[in-house]
Design a protein around this ligand. Structure first.
Ligand SMILES: [Zn+2]
Length: 377
């Protein structure tokens, strides 16, 4: 894959959804160069460096780390030049090193995470290193007519979040900072998010760069994040008065009779089943929703229960709402001892992002073609 040009001085190797590799960026000064993030593995570093060479650039003199997560740091042993990380990043990496003393740790990670499994396919060892240079608040690098301000900030994603601001290019690298904390059950700390929003707001930048998507205009990202924090996620048991409204809403989306939804919801509200209904609300408006039923109209009656009626209103799409509703439902069921959970869909690549795996094809009732069945273990 080739480097993409973002500005005259900034290039990047795009994120790769297959193994969920984050994007790796290259900041080209007149004298020195800086890479942002070390990548998932030595293979990821190799791909990055090959793209750098193909563009006729030098290998990076520095590599700054945005946070400790595997996909950003486990390639650090393979980089050239000086690595730079926040002291908390190194603390986290030290604890990863300790875990990796057990040779089976790599297999544990492969089992837990299908992206890790893809990135480390056929590999038996991890090589986790700490950074060469450690900072606690912020440092500024002068790369030659371009500077990089590397600073620690509060974010909902991880405690060691580091951002990199390039003032001359009006660009802010945010790593994964705007996402929830995957190592804390996907928890989204709204206060930390509000603090991060203030940080972004007060930074004089045009574009923001997140590790797992394409660069975004600052205003667009801010609008998206402000939206994100204004939604509430509820189960129907928490808001039983929404039953009629929710049944009418699901009916309008899926054409299943309203009475069928009401019957399932009544059973759930009366505690006759733990198969629940979950809603995302923007004020009092339903922005998205889903339910859990025994069987979502297909021939594999043994694969139960099923998530059904997953829907997000058009104007609320691409804000991670369906993903959070899925997590909410899966976690809620798991607490009640109901696992695994299944769903059928024609989408590919969406459910995988939330820990679902393709299981098999099933025959939907009265459907001409087979449909895809997913499992969440
Ligand atoms: Zn991360």
């Amino acid at each position: 894959m080739e480097l993409k040009k973002l500005t005259d001085r900034i290039y990047y190797l795009p994120h790769e959804p297959e193994a969920d590799r984050p994007m790796l960026a290259y900041v080209k000064g007149d004298r020195l160069s800086l890479a942002i993030d070390a990548g998932y593995s030595s293979l990821h570093v190799k791909d990055f460096y090959e793209a750098i060479e193909a563009a006729d650039f030098r290998k990076p003199d520095f590599t700054a780390i945005t946070h400790w997560h595997y996909d950003h740091t486990f390639g650090m042993h393979a980089i050239k030049g000086v690595s730079i990380a926040h002291k908390k990043t190194n603390e986290f990496l030290r604890s990863q090193q300790e875990k990796a003393e057990d040779p089976s740790y790599i297999e544990i990670l492969k089992n837990e995470d299908e992206h890790f499994r893809k990135e480390y396919c056929g590999q038996k060892e991890l090589n986790i290193v700490l950074s060469d240079f450690e900072f606690s608040d912020e440092i500024t690098l002068n790369l030659g007519n371009v500077t990089a301000r590397i600073f620690h900030t509060v974010s909902p994603h991880s405690e060691d979040t580091t951002c990199i601001y390039i003032p001359e290019e009006k660009l802010l690298f945010l790593g994964d900072s705007t996402s929830e904390d995957f190592f804390n059950g996907g928890y989204m700390d709204k206060e930390k998010m509000a603090s991060l929003i203030r940080t972004i707001d007060s930074t004089d930048c045009e574009y923001c760069v997140l590790s797992h998507c394409e660069p975004l205009k600052k205003e667009y990202l801010l609008e998206y994040l402000k939206n994100m924090t204004s939604y509430t996620y509820v189960t129907l048991r928490e808001r039983p008065e929404l039953k009629e409204k929710a049944a009418a809403w699901f009916h309008s989306k899926w054409n299943v009779p309203e009475a069928a939804y009401l019957a399932c919801m009544d059973m759930y509200l009366a505690h006759k089943t733990e198969y629940g209904w979950y809603l995302c609300l923007d004020q009092e408006e339903i922005a998205g929703g889903l339910g859990v039923i025994e069987n979502d109209f297909h021939d594999r009656k043994d694969l139960t229960p099923n998530i059904c009626a997953v829907y997000t209103e058009e104007k609320y799409r691409c804000k991670g709402i369906a993903g959070r509703l899925l997590e909410l439902a899966v976690d809620d069921l798991r607490i009640k001892g109901i696992t695994p959970v299944y769903l059928i869909t024609d989408h590919q690549g969406f459910y995988e992002r939330y820990g679902w795996e393709f299981l098999c094809m099933v025959q939907g009732d009265d459907e001409p073609d087979m449909t895809r069945m997913y499992i969440h273990k």
